[in-house]
Design a protein around this ligand. Structure first.
Ligand code: PNS
Length: 167
């Protein structure tokens, strides 16, 4: 049983993330999407809600029956070890991602040499997508329908453009 962990902030999940999940699901027996509870960024959504958005976005999606979604706190390598997973999956969009990803992969390898980091490239049309940009476009009222799944779009809409209470 080869288990991979796909960690990230997923704040919120984008179509680029979902593309990487689908690719990882074809390569491993099980993929655990692991939403980081504490990260360096100030998250818009709490971790359990970010995980719920990923779950809702994957619900019924072809080729993802071997994917489950969790959230974790603390060191990634500890979490990966606790699951008995052999690999960490990260999406690599462009050269600009490389430096951070390289540092993180080598740090994780130093902390736990048995865990490999695998990089997967999303479809080219998602290569410029990031949760940060999707949040920004949503906040400013732009159309994010080709960038994020319905669950994320609804969550962003509720935060940035709440409907007035009719009562
Ligand atoms: O989607 P992101 O924000 O690029 O994901 C980064 C994440 C959450 C994978 C990374 O910050 C992480 O692994 N955090 C957990 C804490 C940890 O293990 N830090 C050391 C790794 S360098």
């Amino acid at each position: 049983m080869r288990i991979a962990v796909y960690p990230g902030s997923f704040d919120p999940v984008t179509n680029g993330h979902l593309d990487v999940v689908a690719r990882a699901a074809r390569l491993f027996d099980e993929v655990v999407v692991a939403v980081a509870a504490s990260n360096a960024k100030n998250s818009l959504f709490p971790a359990n809600y970010r995980a719920e958005l990923v779950e809702r976005s994957l619900d019924g999606r072809d080729g993802t029956s071997n994917v489950r979604v969790t959230h974790f706190d603390g060191l990634l390598v500890d979490y990966v070890r606790s699951l008995g997973a052999c690999a960490v999956v990260r999406g690599l969009r462009a050269i600009s991602d490389f430096e951070f990803e390289f540092q993180m992969a080598l740090m994780n390898r130093k902390l736990e040499p048995t865990i490999e980091t695998i990089f997967l490239m999303p479809r080219e049309e998602y290569s410029y997508l990031s949760s940060r940009m999707v949040r920004e476009v949503a906040r400013l009222g732009g159309d994010i329908s080709s960038f994020a799944p319905a669950a994320s779009r609804e969550a962003l809409h509720a935060v940035f453009h709440p409907q007035p209470d009719p009562s």
